[in-house]
Design a protein. Structure first.
Length: 71
């Protein structure tokens, strides 16, 4: 969502392939990518202009997120 300086909603954007249970937003510290946590699909999406990409899915039965190893 984009808001004006006085708090009015200007624009709302849907995340492709996401559920209606989006949990949080973050910015990746090294790449600057916008990350969205989808609680409903147990997935983290990386967003860019006009598209979304699924980065990581929470493995079923585990309680903690695991990081992808760096290559």
């Amino acid at each position: 969502m984009t808001f004006s300086s006085n708090g009015h909603l200007l624009r709302q954007v849907a995340v492709a392939s996401s559920s209606n249970l989006l949990l949080d937003l973050a910015v990746h510290p090294t790449t600057g990518a916008l990350l969205v946590i989808d609680f409903g699909k147990q997935t983290v999406f990386s967003l860019s202009l006009g598209r979304s990409e699924r980065l990581r899915r929470h493995p079923r039965g585990r309680r903690r997120w695991t990081e992808r190893p760096h290559v």
